[in-house]
Design a protein around this ligand. Structure first.
Ligand SMILES: [Zn+2]
Length: 303
């Protein structure tokens, strides 16, 4: 081979090498665009205006309310563009909390990675993050029972047994409190948002000292989205405990309202009813409640 030929071949080899590197960079940057996590806007402001553009000079085209969450499509310094019920609109960053979402943006519904992620999640409670919120605590003792025990003591006892049962079924359990201490309602719900709870369960007991005969279990929800969660868990508890079914109710409870995660509040019986309190004291009762909640959640997550 002549020297000229050799130089040409070396040049060709180099060019090929450069091409491969460019190709690799291209492939890498393409695949990176699929692993970018989407952001979501958690609405904090009541009746927050959605505008046609990023500024108050733009027309208001609708309103959003907490605890709604919308996918973020674009961001400027002070405004975010949201996917708002199939339309797009802008809301001020002053009234939203921006969080990374676990799933990839709704714009790529056919993204294979999303589908893969979904299909490998086992059904039921396995791997689900459950926040248990034992109601009251510390200087806030809650209701006082016929036997002069505190609601805050009963809710904590219940929470501990419930956690055992949830963990035995593969759930990842967090408590808002694990001992007798005072915690604000706000930090309870913030905690659920921070750990991205799949379900938030606030545990309470009821009391109507003026009507000591009143008994039974009820479940509260705030966001209509959580009605099915309330229904299914209430049914589970009633089936397992055989207690009086006081049904589910929608109520504006702060611990649920400021909570952006699926959440319910359980009123597991009346401490003002002596018979019911005796029942609530027993481990058998706590186990029955826990089995009921586990059964309900398993169905909820399977749907
Ligand atoms: Zn309470």
């Amino acid at each position: 081979m002549s020297n000229i030929e050799l130089n040409w071949l070396e040049g060709d080899y180099l060019r090929k090498k450069v091409l491969i590197v460019i190709l690799l960079i291209l492939i890498l940057s393409l695949s990176m665009s699929f692993v970018i996590y989407a952001k979501e806007a958690y609405i904090n402001g009541e009746q927050l205006n959605v505008r046609s553009g990023p500024g108050t000079a733009f027309d208001a085209i609708g309103k959003v309310n907490p605890p709604d969450v919308y996918p973020i499509l674009k961001e400027t310094e002070d405004w975010v563009k949201i996917d708002y019920n199939g339309q797009t609109g802008w809301v001020s960053k002053d009234y939203v909390t921006i969080e990374e979402s676990d799933l990839i943006t709704k714009d790529n519904p056919n993204n294979s990675q999303v589908n893969e992620q979904r299909s490998i999640i086992p059904p039921g409670l396995h791997g689900k993050v459950i926040v248990i919120d034992p109601g009251h605590g510390g200087r806030d003792v809650g209701a006082i029972s016929v036997s002069e025990d505190f609601e805050s003591t009963y809710t904590l006892k219940t929470a501990k047994v419930l956690a055992e049962f949830l963990e035995a079924n593969g759930a990842i359990v967090h408590f808002t409190r694990e001992d007798d201490r005072y915690i604000t309602l706000f930090s309870r719900s913030t905690f659920a948002n921070t750990v991205h709870a799949d379900a938030f369960l606030s545990i309470h007991y009821n009391s109507t000292p003026e009507h000591p005969e009143v008994a039974g279990v009820s479940t509260f929800f705030y966001n209509s989205r959580d009605q099915s969660l309330a229904e299914i868990v209430q049914d589970g508890i009633i089936t397992e405990t055989g207690m009086e079914n006081r049904g589910i109710k929608q109520a504006d409870l702060q611990v649920l309202r400021t909570n952006h995660r699926p959440g319910i509040l359980l009123e597991l019986g009346f401490l003002s009813n002596q018979q019911e309190e005796n029942h609530i004291r027993s481990r058998i009762f706590l186990e029955a409640v826990s089995t009921g909640v586990v059964t309900g959640l398993q169905q909820y997550f399977q749907n």
